[in-house]
Design a protein. Sequence first.
Lengths: 275, 417
Amino acid sequence: MKTVITSSDKSFINFGELKRYGSLFRYLSLRDVFVRYKQTRMGFAWSIVRPVVNILIFGALRFLVEKSNSFIDSFILVSTGIVFWQLLSTTITDVSNSLSANSNILTKVYFPKLLLPLSGILVCLVDFLIAFVIFFVLFLIFKGMPPWQIVFLPLVIIYGLVFCFSLGLISATASVKYRDIKFILPFLIQILFYASPVFLSSDFVLGLNMPEWFKVIYQANPLVFILNAFKYCFTGTFESFNMVYAASSVVFTLVMLFISIKYFFNFEKSFADYI
Amino acid sequence: MSQVAIKVEKISKKYRILHKQKNSNDSLLSAFAGGLKNMFKAEGGQTEEEFWALRDISFEVNHGDRVGIIGRNGAGKSTLLKILSRIVKPSSGRIEYYGRMASLLEVGTGFHGDLTGRENIYLNGSILGMSKKEIDSQFDEIVAFSEVEQFLDTPVKRYSSGMYVRLAFAVAAHLNPEILIVDEVLAVGDSAFQKKCLGKMNEISRSQGKTILFVSHNLAAIQNLCNKAFVLNKGTIGFPLSDTSSCIKHYLSEVVNISRTAISDRSDRMGEGMFRFTNVIMKDAAGAVMHSAQCGMDVTFEFHFKLTKEQLTNFSMAMTVYTDEGKEMFTLSNAISGYSIDVLSGNNVLQCKVKKFPLADGSYICNLIAYKDGIIQDYLQEALLLNVEEGDFYGTGRALPQDHKECFLVENKWSLS
């Protein structure tokens, strides 16, 4: 086996290599899962507490704002958004932190660095699954069987993860050189939270009396489509569905995925110099 | 087997050093305004300097060679290893190597304090490039080598530092690549374990015909382990790849040459520069200048210096004495021995008196370092060569036996009771 190193090495996704490092991917993910709630009294219960608190706060808020829903319905409707949002936002954050959090490995040993952001996703998924199971049971109790559209659920989750992974990957790569990202990201996530139908339905927002251009901006946010698609799996009705925005969300996500990977690999070889 | 394992052609590595122009932020407001200005001026207010960590390095290593890389701090050894192990990219040049390569630039890379010993073996092993199967098959050996069986299910943050290092090295020692790159990692752990590690490395390299690149300050370890070596000096090859002993000889003669340069003429210093050593003088008890110390004598070291300011506050300094193999013997430090220097003025002379000089005859190398408020002001490696002559340490009128091996002499009194 011959390996050549030159100054002009450009890397791109090397699937053979990723496969050879499969066990590293597994142990990095397992480490993140094991360590997340180490030395906490409640352990994995935390992955339920966080969404539950949010559901209580924003369910009440929704009840106050959108007066049309019943009290219980407000909480059920909000919980769909919150549970999925929790997955999306933690994925963005964890993927984004994955490089700087592992700088000690990055500067000491060679491995395909894409494994770090990838392994960041898995913890978020574990957290999500725990919260989701609880949510699903409650949903069955209060709402009965979900409609047939539930079969789209895995697709929607993967789609949402792709979007968040791309966004996280761009900010992870940028944060190797510019630590400013660390401070910008929480703001960005907070903005996305309010700019997406997490606790207010998009129908409600679009029904408000505001200029047309603002509605265009609101709907251009790819997360509007992603979150509504998730709710669609449980309600069977697609809120404020619009073919143009749906298509633009998909295109935007794919373009961003491509750009983020390109950007990542352009800088991959210099990570150790900057981090 | 004289097949080429690693072929390095004209490798260079350039770093850019940015010097911030001094803008005195004397108020919070101006500091804030400065930060805003920097945000809009891309890399503004900075001057750039190129620094070549490595320049045109070429060498070839054959299969089965155990090559030592020798050089002073900052010679580029670590940079070279990082380029070889594909952690950083060279600025120019080309490297080819044949076979699987593993690098060991640190023991316990990726160890996580909250994980147990068992979990860390798997994590660390996979980070170093082992597959689960390989780790499984060697697991028992790793545990036996590390001597931490009982604590396998304890989080490693509860380990003593010795146990931690032993476990970390045990994993690394069971790596099974064709080419192994090792940096200075043996400088950890207690000496018994260090010996065990060196033994293990010896065994791996000799019996299995592995190619090893090894960096160490410990010349004895290099002598012991490597059959070839080369010297790196300020980013270039100081002495080409050749057999280990002639390489070490060259390196030592170079060190001696450097230490013979007068301290005030040295330009390869580090630190802020508010304080500069200009000379170190040795005096005997009567105050007469000596050119070499004598074992058992009272020796006073006088440190001469110049200051850029009239006074320095909160000053401290240290002189560390090494053997020519790089092993640290002792340090004379005013801070450690409890003498604080609150104000140092240009007219002062710093003196340090050593009663009954304890080192056995031989030549030693001293590094000098000076701090103000804990910030390095002057740092000189190999600042002076300290020759120690035989002396009557015990006051018996006799010298030590010809074949003595110790480097330290200790006062002792015998009795029968």
